[in-house]
Design a protein around this ligand. Structure first.
Ligand SMILES: [Zn+2]
Length: 248
């Protein structure tokens, strides 16, 4: 009996250990940007200024969803600390601290935003020097664009909705934002602050770029595919696209 029990215990341990080594295969998201679109110059929103606007869609082409959970101890603390929930192939979820925060409103939208999960700007084409930066700094992402639903594990209907952005809940103590496998989150060119102020910029050729997770603050399976770009020619109030770079 004792021997049997011991043999059983050993085989159980072996099973658990092989199961946990399989579980070591984490399934992080892989963020990128869809091909840029709707690149225009707006001279009316802020009279006297030229705003280069474009539509940006952050996409997830990875093996798992991007899930960020913000929380704060009470309402006297204005910003939420953030963890990323990363799952593995066994279904175990680990919370990993993320070097960004969530804040409320700030862009005319009454909801929670994650800081710096996207970036964008303009570089001179001749020397690569950065000359301007995207005005928008906070993002509330959820499944609102069907991007590549053929990816393994992609839900065919939206799983994360904008309720994760906690609209009209300034007193929320926690909020969850997510982007499923195969889905995208769109910021149309008409969105408030979805612009680069190019007032005073000389005419010429530039590289417009947009980057998901520019600071590499969330866990991803790859950081080499996070950006999309377009080469543009700017002449006074007109912008012409010379070439689009590919999306994720
Ligand atoms: Zn907003």
């Amino acid at each position: 009996m004792k021997l049997r029990a011991g043999a059983l215990a050993i085989s159980t341990i072996a099973f658990l250990s092989s199961s946990s080594s399989a579980a070591a295969a984490t399934q992080p998201p892989d963020l990128g940007m869809a091909k840029l679109s709707t690149i225009t110059i707006d001279t009316t929103t802020m009279p006297g200024r030229r705003l280069l606007r474009y539509t940006a869609v952050m996409v997830n082409v990875g093996a798992g969803p991007l899930v960020l959970v913000g929380s704060r101890p009470d309402t006297s603390v204005s910003e939420m600390q953030v963890v990323q929930q990363v799952s593995d192939s066994s279904g175990t979820t680990t919370a990993v601290p993320v070097a960004t925060t969530m804040f409320y409103a700030g862009d005319g939208h009454n909801h929670w935003h994650t800081k710096d999960i996207e970036g964008g700007g303009l570089r001179r084409l001749d020397n690569g020097r950065k000359v301007a930066t995207l005005a928008k700094e906070g993002f509330c992402f959820f499944d609102n664009v069907k991007y590549r639903l053929t990816l393994p594990g992609a839900p065919q209907t939206a799983h994360y909705t904008n309720t994760g952005c906690s609209p009209n809940q300034p007193n929320a103590l926690t909020t969850t934002m997510g982007l499923s496998i195969g889905w995208g989150d769109s910021y149309p060119s008409t969105t408030n602050l979805q612009w680069i102020d190019i007032t005073g910029l000389p005419n010429g050729k530039y590289r417009l770029f947009a980057t998901a997770d520019p600071g590499h603050v969330v866990q991803e399976s790859s950081y080499s595919n996070n950006g999309a770009w377009a080469t543009v020619k700017i002449a006074q109030d007109r912008v012409t696209v010379i070439k689009y770079g590919p999306g994720a």
